[in-house]
Design a protein around this ligand. Structure first.
Ligand code: SF4
Length: 581
């Protein structure tokens, strides 16, 4: 076990957890010193969910809790290290959930000296909305009724008006207020707009079930980070920037952002198209990275490429997409949304995708989940594939909470059930991300074996599959990348940093050493990652999730993908192996 003596000898408490009871408004701080608290991120959220949340509880009931954590290097100048992890039991999957976001909240928590914030208990339904306000000398629940029913963008403005600029805010949209399972948590970006989403798993509904409509971390305090070896830390910080700039993948994200994946996925036959029935879309170049880049540059105005969602970030994968007049239309637009709300609906107009993204953000829903649900709805005949106007009308139904909007906002699986669509792209009830699984058996294995439901960030095999359509060796490959991806989540670092340290974690572990004087070996760190995966799977088992839930719908096993002739041929036994930690 790493030596934590240095921590005990410091006068300042390093890892502080703030617990807030959402019924009484009472709060208390406690200090902790285990490795999970040192690492923060998903290591800590999943540790706490498994310790404190009954696996069989109602996700929207008083026994569920929401945990907000930052990571081991939060509050420092290390690139991309201020990620916010949010954990709890998911209403969408019925299992454990960690969803993370960029933005400013992780940093503001660090400035208040906090590693973790816990929202506990839940008032009766219909109780007045409250805002949690956290500052240097106060923790209080204040009236939040003035935010009720408003979109996320208006809420952002009202929160700035009331609490001032440069706070760290988390809020929900109308979808969250109405407990829809696709609702996410919107976090403040560097421009005081709640546009950075912890979107997956319906945690916005959990937040709302506690009658919390926003959480605001004031910018009134600045606990300076302490360093065991300040010079070594500075050198290590510079080293991370160098590694990110030299790495061919992360440096490409700097120019094009994640949109670079459109061409890659089209070439590999895994660009989800027409409700995941195809892996390529004709004219996909109309929504690729170069097209988006050219539009942003031509329109100018508020448009930006190489935009950072948090400070500091040497990659700056984000963007600001302008309308024809150069005014902000949507920020950011990510590959996952371009696929789920673009090719998956057979849309070929970047402005339409930006508009869909903007309305989804304002409604407070996960663009992946609702994009997958819209694909299902279009297969059911609610709109024609490729019909831009019909798609915008569908997402407006979500914003306006019409009956069909509530169904779409409940996610892909529920939409498919209600509309009688059998080809429903989800695992554990969570919509598939933007890689058509029959064309990439590595990603299929990752989706199938993920305790969070279908997700891509923690086991991203696509770039390393020699033969993507073959399942040979994919148990091992998925497991390898489950560890590589989970390392970043495990310590609250942006997942795109993984490209620079995938072969060698020591640059990040050296920073932990320089900050805390704690030696964590690669093996010890990976043990925490694997233990986290184990406890996540155990939580799900205790919640009643079985191996049979870790399957695609039958259509993926029965119907061949037209481009490759491939079906899903992965067995339950292979999935079980990929879940074995
Ligand atoms: S790489 Fe992108 S997502 Fe990650 S911290 Fe930087 S801007 Fe944010």
């Amino acid at each position: 076990m790493p030596n934590l003596n240095w921590l005990y000898s410091r006068s300042a408490i390093v890892f502080v957890t703030l617990r807030i009871n959402t019924v009484s408004g009472e709060s208390r701080k406690e200090s902790n010193d285990s490795l999970e608290y040192l690492l923060g991120g998903r290591s800590l959220t999943s540790h706490l969910v498994s310790q404190e949340v009954p696996a069989d509880c109602d996700p929207l009931g008083r026994n569920n809790k929401l945990f907000f954590t930052n990571g081991a290097l939060a509050g420092t100048m290390v690139s991309s290290s201020n990620r916010l992890s949010i954990g709890g039991k998911s209403p969408l999957t019925g299992g454990i959930k960690e969803s993370n976001a960029g933005g400013m909240v992780g940093q503001r928590m660090a400035q208040q000296g906090l590693r973790c914030i816990v929202l506990e208990d839940a008032p009766p339904p219909g109780s007045p909305w409250k805002i949690v306000v956290i500052g240097e000398n106060k923790v209080e629940l204040v009236d939040g009724e003035f935010l009720a029913g408003k979109g996320v963008y208006e809420k952002s403005s009202l929160l700035v008006e009331k609490f001032g600029p440069k706070t760290g805010c988390v809020t929900i949209g109308p979808a969250g207020e109405n407990l829809l399972f696709a609702s996410g948590l919107a976090c403040t970006d560097p421009h005081d707009v709640c546009s950075r989403y912890a979107g997956r798993g319906g945690l916005g509904a959990v937040f709302a079930s506690k009658r919390i409509i926003a959480m605001v971390i004031l910018n009134d305090h600045n606990v300076e980070p302490e360093f065991a070896d300040a010079e070594a830390f500075k050198a290590g910080t510079r080293n991370i920037v160098k590694l990110l700039k030299e790495n061919p993948v992360s440096s490409k994200f700097t120019k094009y952002g994640t949109a670079a994946m459109v061409d890659i996925c089209q070439a590999l036959n895994v660009l989800p198209t027409r409700n995941f029935t195809q892996g390529t879309m004709e004219d996909a170049e109309r929504i690729n990275a170069q097209t988006m880049y050219d539009i942003i540059k031509e329109r100018g105005g508020e448009g930006r490429t190489q935009h950072a969602c948090q400070s500091p970030c040497a990659i700056r994968c984000s963007n600001v997409y302008p309308d024809k007049e150069g005014d902000l239309l949507c920020s950011p637009i990510e590959y996952e949304t371009m696929a789920l709300m673009g090719s998956n609906l057979c849309l070929k107009n970047m402005d339409t995708i930006a508009e869909l993204n903007k309305i989804a953000n304002d409604a407070g829903v996960d663009t992946l989940e609702v994009g997958a649900a819209m694909g299902v709805a279009m297969e059911a005949g609610l709109a024609e594939f490729g019909d831009d106007e019909a798609c915008i009308n569908l997402i407006k139904e979500v914003y306006n909470l019409t009956p069909i909007g509530r169904i779409l906002g409940s996610g892909c699986k529920i939409t498919a059930r209600v509309l009688g669509v059998q080809h429903a792209p989800h695992i554990l009830g969570q919509g598939l991300p933007a890689y058509e699984p029959r064309g990439t058996k590595g990603m299929a294995m990752t989706y199938l074996s993920n305790p969070m439901g279908a997700d891509h960030t923690f086991g991203f095999t696509l770039r390393d599959e020699d033969v993507p359509t073959s399942k040979e060796g994919k148990v091992e490959l998925s497991k390898k990348f489950q560890v590589i991806g989970s390392r970043m989540d495990a310590m609250g670092t942006c997942n795109f940093v993984r490209y620079a340290v995938r072969h060698d974690m020591t640059p990040l572990l050296a920073l932990i050493k320089a900050r805390y004087d704690v030696d964590v070996s690669v093996e010890e760190f990976d043990d925490v990652v694997k233990k986290t995966l184990r406890i996540e799977h155990q939580f799900n088992t205790d919640a009643g999730i079985t191996l049979a839930d870790h399957r695609f719908t039958e259509s993926f096993y029965r119907d061949a993908q037209p481009e490759t002739g491939e079906k899903i041929d992965i067995t339950d036994e292979e999935v079980a192996q990929a879940m074995e930690w």
